[in-house]
Design a protein around this ligand. Structure first.
Ligand code: E4P
Length: 219
C-alpha cells in the first residue's frame, strides 16, 4: 500500500519524507489554512520535497470553472513537476463533468468527499485517477467507515477498475492496518498518526535493555 501524508505542514512533510516512506501528499483548504502560508508558497515547496502525486483542491462549483482553476494550478507548476499534480475535485455532478474533461487531457484527478460506494463508482466511470473515501468522518457520524472501503474494493476488483482508492480522513494507526488488509491502494495519513505507527513500548524497552547490557560488554 502506498502511503501519502495528509497535511500542508512543510516541516512535517520534510521530516517524514526524510524517513523514505512517503509516496505522495494530499492537501485540502483546511490544511492549507492551518499552514499559515500562501497556497503557491506551500505547494512550490511540497513539489521539491516529495516525488509523487500531490493533490491540490479546486474550490469552484461549476465544471468549467473547476477546469479553469485546474489549468491555472498546472500552469503555475514547473514543467518537471506537472506529472505529479492531482487535481482534487469534490464529488458532485459538476465535479464529474470536470473529471471527465480533465482525464481526457491526461490530467490526474482525485475525487474527494466520497461517502458512498455509488459515488466512488461514478467517479471512476468519469475517469478519476483517485477516489478519496473519508472514513473518519463516517465513523464520527456513527457509520462504520471501513465498511465503505470494503465495498469500494469489492466493486473495483469485480470490474478491474483502474482508479486508485485513497483511504482518507484517517484518525489512528488501526485505520491504516485495516486499509492495508482490505487491499486499498493508498492511505493518506496525518503526520501525528504516522508518528504513532512507529511506536511500540517493547521497541523502547528493548533499546533500553540493549543499551544497559552493552555497557557491561568488555571493550
Ligand atoms: C483527504 O484528502 C483529506 O485531506 C482528509 O483526509 C480529510 O480528513 P479529515 O476528516 O480529518 O478532515
Amino acid at each position: 500500500m502506498k502511503l501519502f501524508i495528509d497535511t500542508a505542514d512543510l516541516n512535517e512533510i520534510k521530516e517524514l519524507a526524510s524517513w523514505g516512506i512517503l509516496d505522495g501528499v494530499t492537501t485540502n483548504p483546511t490544511l492549507l489554512a492551518k499552514s499559515g502560508r500562501s497556497f503557491q508558497e506551500v505547494i512550490d515547496e511540497i513539489f521539491d520535497l516529495v516525488d509523487g502525486p500531490i493533490s491540490l483542491e479546486v474550490l469552484s462549483e461549476k465544471a468549467d470553472d473547476m477546469i479553469k482553476e485546474a489549468k491555472q494550478i498546472i500552469s503555475k507548476t514547473p514543467q518537471k513537476y506537472r506529472k505529479n499534480v492531482a487535481i482534487k475535485i469534490p464529488m458532485t455532478p459538476e465535479g464529474l463533468k470536470a473529471v471527465k474533461a480533465l482525464s481526457k487531457e491526461g490530467i490526474k484527478t482525485n475525487v474527494t468527499l466520497i461517502f458512498s460506494a455509488n459515488q466512488a463508482l461514478l467517479a471512476a466511470k468519469a475517469g478519476a485517477t483517485f477516489v478519496s473515501p473519508f472514513i473518519g468522518r463516517l465513523d464520527d457520524n456513527g457509520q462504520e467507515g471501513m465498511q465503505l472501503i470494503e465495498e469500494i474494493m469489492d466493486i473495483f476488483c469485480n470490474y478491474d477498475i483502474e482508479t486508485e482508492v485513497i483511504v482518507a480522513s484517517i484518525r489512528h494507526p488501526i485505520h491504516v492496518i485495516e486499509a492495508a488488509r482490505l487491499g486499498a491502494d493508498i492511505a493518506t495519513v496525518p503526520p501525528d498518526v504516522i508518528r504513532k505507527m512507529t511506536k511500540h513500548p517493547l521497541t523502547d524497552a528493548g533499546i533500553q535493555s540493549f543499551l544497559k547490557d552493552w555497557a557491561k560488554v568488555k571493550k
